[in-house]
Structure formats: structure tokens, C-alpha cells
Design a protein around this ligand. Structure first.
Ligand code: SF4
Ligand code: SF4
Length: 174
């Protein structure tokens, strides 16, 4: 098992005392969320998920947590380790837009300041340099390429500002 990011590591020993109807209502407003109750827990989504061995809460369990209004779902690894590959969505016999729901959950978690440190660091790097990582010279040499051209980061920074991406959570000042 890899290091986990979320606070909720598994269901083992965990007691959920409150089922939050308002949270289920909020989740049902996400793109794809209108079909939450169509999930019959076949787990076909989890069976095809490429990160299923990296997370302790599987995607079909995440779906059930949403129906039950368990807001702890925002603390699960599944939300952030999801690669958005859309395999689950393709496989779901009920046609539920699972990946789109997870996109919505990322946004909900972000608004509450529940963003893994790695994303925060990557975001700053992208803002400052316009790149997520620095290509190494030897990689470029192998491909017969010259130096990396300087990037104009103005448009990237404008996009960050216009979308509020530099805030750490809802309500933060830019
Ligand atoms: S594949 Fe669809 S119906 Fe089956 S558990 Fe996953 S979300 Fe539910
Ligand atoms: S979209 Fe996310 S949850 Fe769905 S199969 Fe891919 S990694 Fe797993």
C-alpha cells in the first residue's frame, strides 16, 4: 500500500454517526450526481480502476458514501488519486458519470482547503514558470532538440487569477 494522502484511511474501526442529507443533496447537484441512487454496488467501476490497489476506499464505496451523505468522503484518497481515466464511467452498467462526480468532489474538497500538499506545490510551480516540471538537457539532446525556449507565463497567470486557482480555499484573498 502506498502512502495515503487523505485522512480517512479505511472503513475499518470507523463509526459514522451522522448521515448528512444536505451533503447528499449537494453531491446530487454535481455533474453526474443526479444518478447517484442508480448505483447498485456491482463494483464493476472498482474492478477496472487503475488505482484500486493504491486507495483504501474504492470507487464503488465512494459512491455509496455519497448516497449516505458521509462527508468524510472528501477526506478519502480516492478523490485525489483518481487519474480521471474514465474507465469506471465507461464500465458502469448504470451509465453513471462517475469520473465527472469525482471531478466535482475535487472541487468540493478544494473549497474546504482539503488539497494535498503535492498539488499546492505543483500549482505554484505552474504559476511561476508555466511548467509542471523542468525537462532535462539530456532528454532534449537525445531527441536532437535545442534549449527550452523561454515561456511567457502571463496568460497562465491570468488564467490562475481569473479562476481563483491561487486561493487555497474558498474565502481566501488572492
Ligand atoms: S459500476 Fe456503476 S452501478 Fe456498479 S458500483 Fe460502480 S457506480 Fe455503482
Ligand atoms: S476515473 Fe478515477 S475512479 Fe474512475 S477508473 Fe479512472 S482512476 Fe479509477
Amino acid at each position: 500500500m502506498t502512502e495515503t494522502w487523505g485522512q480517512l484511511k479505511s472503513f475499518e474501526g470507523k463509526e459514522f454517526s451522522t448521515l448528512d442529507k444536505n451533503f447528499t443533496r449537494e453531491a446530487s447537484k454535481l455533474i453526474g450526481g443526479q444518478d447517484l441512487t442508480a448505483c447498485f454496488q456491482c463494483a464493476k467501476c472498482s474492478a477496472g480502476c487503475p488505482v484500486s490497489d493504491k486507495v483504501n476506499v474504492q470507487v464503488h464505496e465512494l459512491m455509496r458514501m455519497l448516497v449516505f451523505g458521509l462527508k468524510e468522503v472528501l477526506d478519502t484518497d480516492m478523490v485525489w488519486l483518481c487519474t480521471t481515466c474514465y474507465t469506471c464511467q465507461e464500465r458502469c452498467p448504470q451509465g453513471i458519470d462517475i469520473t465527472d462526480i469525482i471531478f466535482g468532489l475535487k472541487n468540493m474538497a478544494f473549497k474546504e482547503g482539503k488539497t494535498p500538499q503535492g498539488y499546492i506545490v505543483s500549482r505554484k510551480g505552474l504559476y511561476d514558470t508555466g511548467k509542471l516540471y523542468e525537462p532535462t538537457d539530456w532528454e532534449r539532446e537525445d531527441l536532437g532538440l535545442g534549449d527550452v525556449p523561454e515561456l511567457d507565463v502571463e496568460d497562465t497567470q491570468k488564467m490562475f487569477k481569473d479562476t481563483g486557482l491561487m486561493k487555497l480555499k474558498e474565502g481566501d484573498e488572492e
